[in-house]
Design a protein around this ligand. Structure first.
Ligand SMILES: C[S@@+](CC[C@H](N)C(=O)[O-])C[C@H]1O[C@@H](n2cnc3c(N)ncnc32)[C@H](O)[C@@H]1O
Length: 327
């Protein structure tokens, strides 16, 4: 507390001393878990550690601004003030781009909680949810089963996406391309970018596209923590029955936030975990509440949830305008 008061005093006194303007960032974050403590430090890396812990316990960014303050010192300094479920970081004397503070979160720090793996899980916990196992390419036949359209109303899902003819759609965890190839004809002036981490799945998708004569689908071999899509090139990101098995959900969402154009949408489709009649392994389902929590904490704005499909939630999010400008 004494160190913190001294830090505040340094900043206040420094503000009164005529000097050159020094770049400072002020970041306010909700801290529902009460993780942060008042502190003053010259180690700016502390910001990343504390911010990551705050985000891991459900904290959301409230504001982020850059100001020039007339400080007497040019030494980098971090002042942390924790009050009423919020933490304020003042980073003095730094030119780093903090316009999107979530870029500073260290993904690994969000996965510190572990559990003995469930029969369909990997034992890694993210925001209270155990991540599921990846569906291997040997299960490709199940994705292409003939009853799927009727069981899941996959035709209705494509309709609900309300695509524009020139949209670029990123189908993440595209598998055999069941959706990529049904979406492609709806974006004749655009294209589908199909991303999967299994080369065998991409090979099946390419074969299926050739057989149907579809030319506006491109495949990308993604990494477990990066969709490898260039920045601001995509209008819609689609995840069908895939997101729950990403081993690095934070990094994937952040890479897709960057891939989206300003105003871009996310369409997240997951089997309803609230409904016991949906006969899918437990870790391959998600509740609406959990899905919202995970995407909102990564900076996406929830728009609506559509429950028109027989077994799945369809959650729509968007990349916030301010985020898009800052990006
Ligand atoms: C259950 S399949 C769903 C396929 C397709 N979306 C469908 O509904 O037909 C999930 C797919 O996600 C892929 N996947 C898992 N982690 C991934 C990641 N980090 N990035 C991209 N794809 C991933 C898997 O390889 C698998 O092909």
């Amino acid at each position: 507390m004494i160190r913190w008061l001294l830090g505040v005093a340094v900043i206040l006194i420094a503000c009164a001393v005529p000097a050159t303007a020094n770049p400072c960032s002020i970041i306010v974050v909700g801290d529902p878990g009460g993780v942060a403590r008042d502190d003053v430090t010259t180690d700016l890396d502390d910001m990343q550690t504390i911010l990551s812990k705050v985000v891991a316990t459900g904290g959301r960014i409230i504001s982020s601004s850059k100001v020039d303050l007339p400080l007497a010192t040019t030494e980098p300094m971090l002042l942390i003030t924790s009050r009423d479920g919020q933490v304020t970081f003042v980073l003095a004397n730094n030119d780093a781009d903090w316009s999107d503070p979530l870029d500073q979160v260290v993904g690994d720090q969000l996965y510190s909680e572990k559990t003995p793996p469930a029969f369909d899980g990997i034992g890694k916990i993210y925001l209270g949810r155990e991540i599921s196992q990846v569906m291997g390419h040997l299960g490709a036949g199940w994705l292409e089963r003939s009853e799927r359209e009727q069981e899941e109303r996959t035709d209705l899902l494509v309709e609900l996406m309300a695509l524009e003819p020139d949209d670029v759609v990123a189908d993440i965890g595209s598998g055999t391309g069941y959706f990529s190839l049904r979406i492609a004809p709806n974006v004749p002036e655009g294209k589908v970018v199909a991303v999967d981490i299994q080369p065998e799945m991409n090979a099946l998708l390419e074969e299926n596209a050739r057989n149907r004569g579809i030319k506006n689908v491109e495949t990308i071999l993604g990494e477990i923590d990066d969709a490898r899509i260039p920045a601001e090139t995509v209008d819609v990101v689609l995840f069908v029955d895939a997101y729950h098995e990403f081993s690095h959900p934070w990094e994937m969402k952040r890479s897709l936030m960057k891939a989206l154009r300003p105003g871009g949408r996310v369409v997240l489709v997951e089997y309803r975990a609230e409904d016991p009649t949906v006969r899918i392994k437990p870790h391959h389902k998600m509740t609406e509440q959990q899905a919202r929590h995970e995407f909102e904490s990564a900076g996406f704005e929830w728009v609506t949830t559509l429950d028109d499909l027989p077994q799945q939630h369809v959650l729509i999010f968007k990349k916030p305008e301010a985020q898009a400008e800052a990006g």
